[in-house]
Design a protein around this ligand. Structure first.
Ligand code: HEM
Length: 446
């Protein structure tokens, strides 16, 4: 067993710090094996990522405290840079601003509203599955990202002009590809250098804002379209909460597209990667879909009748949570894991680390069957693909509904097979995605 070096506050330093760079490369490239290594050490560990003190919290009950207590907020340099890059939407707002934003956005994500968006989800999922020529290689992750983005844009504003939707999609894709590295590197001047990559990112950011402004203007013209945006044009009725300004609406459009497209696309891509390697799971999934839907795509009404499909999705989210590492900052002096920390301390926590931990027996095994029984109380704290507490994902129910609908549309029409010799590895961009995933869409033979 290796002994961990302790800081003068008695908190051990996490293993794997590099000379000068500390743990920055590990956090930047989402080093998953490193996160698992840290789990074997103390419950709270110092990580070296620049001048501010930062700590990795490695025990589910402590992470739960971090997420539900008002002594912690979203914050820190990573989030500040994210806000500079993407605007002040729900995902990057700090507590003071967050409560109002969340109350205004919540009515657009009720079960009834999500059921209404299910038609669009089904149409886009079918169009995707049908676009794949049998026997051809497909770029599954890219195709799924386009589909999830199209669904979100149509849910935002059903009457949107398709050209506007395509423009917005292409700009957001550039932002998704570049935002994580720009937020994570603690030297913002690097991204102000006039390199081709920086210029492209800046152009996309300006264009995405302009396109989102146009979408907001279009929502004003069609206030009865029934989309998310038109719900947001009115103030929250009960407490006289002022409605969003147009600028805030623009930031919410960008936030929702960034938060909701690649996260779900990566999850569904992992799912088909795993299905191809676990024929018994694939066969059971196909059987449920066939028995319930007889080749059709799931509608909102079918979702409760597809428990195994949902369990497969939950299990993929356990093994490959799209947001594997997140942060919080203490807003006051706190005690965590027996250690004292001053206000303004940064904390990291990892869904990947907790979900691969001892609360899930045989944790590395892909086993959707584990979801047939209720989780233990400890495992409930450890299972946080959508986070928890007041910053829990706003789109969790939306994502689960869309995930099942996408799976049903694809698995009822095509069987996805890996290209021989392709090598898939986890890669953290904005979401934890399967890099190198190459698949062939074969016709489905029963
Ligand atoms: C599999 C799909 C998804 C996963 C795993 C996921 C995960 C997450 C996580 C972990 C957070 C919390 C971050 C934190 O605690 O710091 C979050 C926040 C958020 N997500 Fe998702 N998400 C998914 C899909 C979606 C979708 C489809 C939407 C929109 C329709 C969405 C919208 C948001 C928003 C707006 C927030 C900020 C919530 C707040 O701060 O109050 N997400 N998501």
């Amino acid at each position: 067993m290796t002994r961990q070096r302790r800081t003068r506050y008695g908190v051990p330093v996490a293993p794997g710090a590099l000379p000068l760079l500390g743990h920055t490369p590990r956090l930047l490239y989402g080093s998953l094996p490193w996160l698992l290594r840290c789990r074997d050490g103390d419950t709270v560990q110092r990580v070296k990522v620049g001048p501010r003190p930062a700590y990795l919290v490695c025990r589910p009950d402590l992470v739960h405290a971090l997420l539900v207590s008002h002594d912690f907020d979203k914050g820190g340099p990573l989030l500040d840079r994210g806000r500079d890059l993407l605007g002040d939407g729900l995902g990057t707002a700090t507590d003071a601003n967050h409560r109002r934003q969340r109350r205004l956005l919540q009515p657009a994500f009720t079960t009834a509203r999500i059921n209404a968006y299910a038609t669009v989800m089904g149409e886009e999922a079918e169009a995707l599955a049908q676009s794949w020529q049998p026997g051809r290689e497909i770029d599954l992750l890219a195709d799924l990202t386009t589909t999830t983005m199209r669904v979100l844009i149509r849910a935002l504003l059903p009457t949107i002009d398709p050209r506007q939707a395509d423009q917005l999609t292409s700009h957001i894709r550039v932002l998704i590809a570049g935002v994580f590295i720009r937020a994570a590197i603690p030297h913002p001047w690097l991204h102000q250098l006039p390199t081709p990559g920086n210029r492209r990112f800046d152009r996309a950011r300006t264009a995405a804002r302009a396109a989102a402004d146009q979408v907001v203007a279009a929502a004003h013209k069609s206030p009865c379209s029934g989309g998310v945006l038109t719900t947001l044009l009115v103030p929250a009725d009960d407490a006289g909460i002022p409605a969003f300004t147009d600028e805030e609406l623009r930031d919410q459009v960008i936030t929702l597209l960034i938060a909701g497209a690649e996260t779900l696309a990566a999850t569904v891509a992992w799912l088909f990667h795993l299905l191809a390697r676990h024929p018994h799971v694939e066969a059971r999934l196909h059987a449920e879909l066939h028995d319930t839907l007889a080749g059709a795509t799931a509608t909102a009404a079918d979702l409760p009748a597809l428990p195994y499909t949902r369990d497969v999705l939950l299990e993929v989210l356990r093994l490959y949570p799209p947001a594997p590492l997140l942060t919080r900052v203490s807003t006051t002096d706190v005690v965590l894991g027996g250690h004292h920390f001053p206000a303004g301390t940064d904390f990291f926590f990892s869904a990947y680390q907790l979900q691969h931990g001892p609360d899930f027996p045989d944790a590395e095994r892909f086993d959707p069957g584990r979801w047939s029984a209720p989780l233990t109380a400890a495992a409930r704290h450890a299972y946080i693909p959508f986070s928890s507490g007041r910053r829990k994902c706003l789109g969790d129910a939306f994502a689960l509904a869309e995930g099942v609908i996408l799976i049903s549309a694809i698995a009822s029409r095509r069987r996805l097979r890996p290209v021989p010799d392709s090598r898939v590895r986890p890669h953290v961009r904005l979401a934890l995605a399967p890099a190198g995933l190459r698949m062939i869409a074969e016709p489905l033979r029963r």
